[in-house]
Design a protein around this ligand. Structure first.
Ligand code: PEP
Length: 268
């Protein structure tokens, strides 16, 4: 029983590489460095999400051990909304990802929403990924804060829209990331959120999830924070944000800094 509780509480640190790096060799170097540290850390789940084109290669290179024992899981940054294979030029199906050893997929990232992904498309992708047996890293977050807290309605709408009609049994494979768009480091005037505000919004997200999940299941849905996390801020967010992990963008491409974040999470 104690073991089960520990498993549920395991921190999850996800690295979102976005459209980086330029070459496979660089991707291998980054992955190798991260693997070195991840394989030593037993109390956290480390996930890297490279561009899909590198995944197969990284899977074999980072894993002469079975992937799980290597302590590093692979995630994709997107998936097709279509479940069956077919005439969908440029798309990659959830089944294809699953069959090459991908365990997780990021869905609903604001950078994809900015390319035109609606809540309806995101909802379809989430259902498709879950049906294929992938774990979904579902991102939601407001573009702007306002003093009247209308931004909370925005977060609620994104979460309810993305999870509409998802069968309750699938919630064990869902991770929610609270990622305010204004806090992402690639933004022009970005600034990280602070742990107190993340704590408040984590509670709000849990309340939003409550009617959607089975009794008792809420506690096992990890909520992560993403937005300009660095090795200097990771501890505070993890200790005070009421979260089970972090989604790290820019700093996940810097093995030394990402490793520090992993070590911080493992020690907590
Ligand atoms: C992201 O875009 O998912 C992200 C977390 O980026 P960054 O850490 O660079 O703000």
């Amino acid at each position: 029983m104690r073991g089960d509780i520990k498993l549920i509480m395991k921190k999850i640190i996800v690295g979102n590489w976005k459209m980086n790096p330029e070459t496979l060799e660089e991707a291998q170097d980054i992955a190798k460095e991260i693997k070195k540290i991840a394989s030593k850390l037993k109390k956290i789940e480390t996930v890297i999400c490279p561009p899909s084109i590198y995944i197969s290669n990284l899977k074999s290179k980072i894993s002469n051990l079975p992937v799980d024992e290597a302590g590093l899981k692979l995630g994709a940054q997107d998936v097709s909304a279509e479940f069956d294979t077919g005439s969908y030029t440029g798309e990659i199906s959830a089944g294809m990802l699953k069959n090459i050893g991908v365990k997780y997929v990021i869905i609903g990232h604001s950078e994809r929403r900015a390319m035109g992904e609606t809540d309806e498309i995101i909802n379809k992708k989430i259902k498709t990924a879950l049906k294929a047996g992938l774990k979904v890293i579902f991102c939601a977050g407001e573009k702007e804060r306002d003093d009247e807290e209308h931004f909370l309605d925005f977060i609620k709408k994104e979460i309810e829209g993305g999870l509409h009609g998802v069968e309750k049994k699938f919630f064990r494979n869902i991770i929610i990331v609270y990622e305010p768009v204004w806090a992402i480091s690639s933004g022009k005037k970005f600034r990280p959120d602070n742990p107190d505000s993340v704590f408040k919004i984590t509670i709000f997200i849990k309340k939003t999830l409550m009617p959607l999940v089975e009794n008792g299941a809420l506690r096992s849905i990890p909520i992560l924070y993403g937005g300009s996390v660095t090795a200097l801020t990771a501890r505070e967010f993890l200790e005070k944000g009421g979260i089970q992990g972090l989604l790290v963008g820019g700093k996940s491409l810097i093995p030394k800094e990402f490793s520090q974040i992993l070590e911080i999470a493992d020690r907590l």
